[in-house]
Design a protein around this ligand. Structure first.
Ligand SMILES: C[S@@+](CC[C@H](N)C(=O)[O-])C[C@H]1O[C@@H](n2cnc3c(N)ncnc32)[C@H](O)[C@@H]1O
Length: 328
């Protein structure tokens, strides 16, 4: 078949540019230029790298529209390069932090496709979460990327059947450093929130809750969500969590939520479930963890095994596809 018009396979499969962007971000080249350093030898000295190699990287990027070469060997920021000054971009791109784990993990895609199982451990010696346990700085950069510094302040606007009026307690299961829970509590005073995540992650949540002015309405619990969860809350939120896990583990997390929510609570899933006619997608959590985004039909099956019945599933004006479940 001829290439579809407008689709350039060479450009699509180029690896040079993505790596050059990441190397420039890791070496903080944009910051050095913003600080007034322009000559390639001075930039290389400031970044602690080889001048000729850096010049080739920057030359390539200039050809792609990132940075300007204002005179031979003199570089300046343009609009695209200014993006590298953004701390959230840096969290994503820094090869020495979680950005490096994400970038290299794509190298395991062929094994993932051949076997259907993640091969992250072949690159880093341990499966993803265990690797983070063993590498505190990488784990910290992962938490930062997931939190407000990386992914920004999450939107707490989603509707639930019957409205929020009857909800007094929310448990955010795998809620990271608390950004979403903080926004929910800020938007809906009177609710008490419980943040459940790994101990190292909840330990980083204090500033988020203080900054949102909701610290006194929050309890934090550092534990695994594969262990029994705080029981009896009105709403258990799973946002961007189930898509990190294969079916067996996703079902186990749902089971813990069902047990804790029984008899009158509900489980709400945001992100990770899509309408039945949505195209199959591939995302970083697939290569990292064998996680996947699921259709409603696939999710319904896992929920049923976990003792939950899907009571609502719809795209809302906020853009969230919201799935609600009740314990059976
Ligand atoms: C993709 S993040 C989602 C965070 C947050 N819900 C959000 O929407 O931004 C997945 C979260 O699961 C947490 N996690 C991973 N394994 C866990 C476990 N066994 N028990 C509790 N939390 C876990 C991670 O620390 C991380 O915060």
């Amino acid at each position: 078949m001829p290439e579809q018009e407008g689709v350039n396979l060479r450009a699509l499969s180029d690896l040079c540019t993505p790596w050059c962007v990441r190397v420039a971000a890791t070496l903080r080249i944009a910051d050095h230029i913003a600080a007034g350093i322009a000559e390639i030898d001075d930039l290389a000295a400031a970044a602690g790298c080889d001048s000729d190699s850096l010049r080739r990287v920057l030359g390539h990027l200039v050809g792609k529209g990132v940075f300007q070469e204002t005179a031979p060997g003199r570089f300046a920021l343009n609009e695209a390069a200014q993006g590298l000054l953004d701390p959230s971009q840096r969290l994503d791109l820094d090869l020495e932090g979680i950005g490096g784990r994400f970038a290299y993990a794509w190298g395991s895609l062929l094994t993932y496709v051949r076997t259907g199982a993640p091969a992250y451990h072949e690159l880093f010696g341990l499966p993803f979460w265990e690797d983070l346990d063993a590498q505190p700085e990488i784990a910290a950069s992962f938490d930062a990327l997931i939190g407000p510094a990386g992914h920004g302040i999450p939107d707490p606007e989603f509707q639930i059947s019957g409205g929020w009026e009857s909800v007094r307690t929310v448990v955010d299961v795998g809620g990271g450093t608390g950004a979403m829970l903080a926004e929910i509590l800020r938007a809906r005073p009177k609710i008490h929130g419980t943040l459940v995540d790994l101990p190292r992650t909840v330990a980083r949540s204090g500033e988020t809750f203080r900054a949102a002015g909701v610290a006194e309405w929050v309890t934090t619990v550092g534990q695994s969500f594969f262990d029994p969860l705080p029981a009896g809350a009105d709403l258990y939120l799973l946002r961007g969590v189930l898509n990190d896990w294969p079916d067996r583990e996703a079902t186990a997390i749902l089971s813990r939520c069902a047990e804790a929510a029984r008899p009158t609570g509900r489980v709400v899933v945001l992100k990770g479930v899509a309408p039945d006619d949505a195209p199959r997608s591939l995302s970083i959590e697939t290569v990292l963890l064998g996680g996947k985004h699921r259709t409603v039909a696939e999710f319904r099956e896992l929920a049923r095994e976990a003792g939950l019945e899907v009571s609502a599933a719809e795209r809302q004006p906020s853009g969230y596809f919201v799935v609600e479940c009740r314990p059976t």
